[in-house]
Structures are given as C-alpha cells and as structure tokens.
Design a protein around this ligand. Structure first.
Ligand SMILES: [Zn+2]
Length: 170
C-alpha cells in the first residue's frame, strides 16, 4: 500500500491543489492545511509546517534529514541512499498518513496530533514486520518517537498493557 502511494507521490500524480490547478479543476492552488504556499506534493508531504511538525517528532534521522525539493522524488532518492529498509518503511507509512490526515481535514474530520500519527505509523510497520517474522530492532521500533511509550517485549515474551480507573462517589 505504501509502495503504491510512494509511486504516485514520486510521479506527481496525487491530487494536490497544485496538480488540480494545472488541470483547471480548481483555481485555488494553495495548501489547504497551512494556506501559505502552493500545494505541491513536495510541500504537502515534506515542506508544509504541518508535515514538518510530524517529521520533527519522528526519529533523529527524520528530524535531521533536510532533503531539498523541488520534487518529492528527490527526497525519496536521498533517503534510499542512506536509510535501511525498516527506516524507509516507516518513512513511507508516515508520508501516507500525512496525506490521509490532509484529506481528513479537507472533509471536515479530525486533524491528527503529530505524536499520535507517528505512533500509529510505528505500530503498523512494527506489526507488519512481526507478522512476516522479521526481527524488529527495538531501537528502530521505538526511537522514532520521543513520546512513544510502547516497547517490544523480548523475544519469547508477551506484554500486556493495562489501565485502571477509580469510580468514587462522594
Ligand atoms: Zn502547507
């Protein structure tokens, strides 16, 4: 799913405002999230302040990667050279969620908090690799978010998370 999304993003065929404007579908090509710049794919997924908010709570590599556009393909090419498969899978999953979050906003839905978005992406990628019986390095699974409080249990262990509440009447 992420591969298909990245393919569409790299080939500039996501329906951003700039792409719709070029096809005369809309006259407003400004980003619907920040309303500060033309909404290219590079802007929506990488350069937009709302996207930067997401990347800034990701792992150190996400925070320190300053791949320049103008195309999203250049960002992806830069990452392919220096990142491993797991990091790249997380990047692809997060980028897709940034796009889905943007669509949610347009349709009047909730604009997901960057921390939650990152946590959901990490869990999805980690689960995917676990299901495929691939070893998930713990630091990769959890370093991606400074606020991620879920850690993989050691191999052979199960981990049960629980929560408690008190119902008191006065
Ligand atoms: Zn924007």
């Amino acid at each position: 799913m992420e591969k298909h999304f990245l393919w569409r993003a790299c080939h500039e065929i996501l329906p951003t405002k700039a792409n719709l404007g070029a096809k005369k579908v809309t006259e407003d090509s400004y980003c619907p999230v920040c309303e500060r710049a033309e909404e290219t794919i590079y802007h929506a997924l990488w350069e937009c302040p709302a996207a930067r908010d997401v990347w800034s709570v990701g792992c150190i590599k996400f925070q320190k990667s300053h791949f320049e556009g103008p195309s999203f393909l250049q960002v992806v090419e830069g990452m392919l050279k220096s990142w491993d498969q797991m990091e790249f899978a997380q990047f692809a999953n997060i980028a897709r969620r940034i796009w889905l979050r943007r669509n949610e906003l347009i349709h009047g839905g909730v604009f997901l908090n960057p921390n939650l978005l990152i946590q959901q992406a990490i869990r999805a990628v980690t689960l995917f690799h676990l299901v495929r019986n691939e070893v998930v390095p713990q630091e990769v699974a959890c370093e991606a978010s400074n606020h991620c409080n879920w850690k993989n249990p050691p191999i052979g262990w199960f981990k049960a998370n629980w929560d408690a509440g008190v119902n008191q009447r006065f």
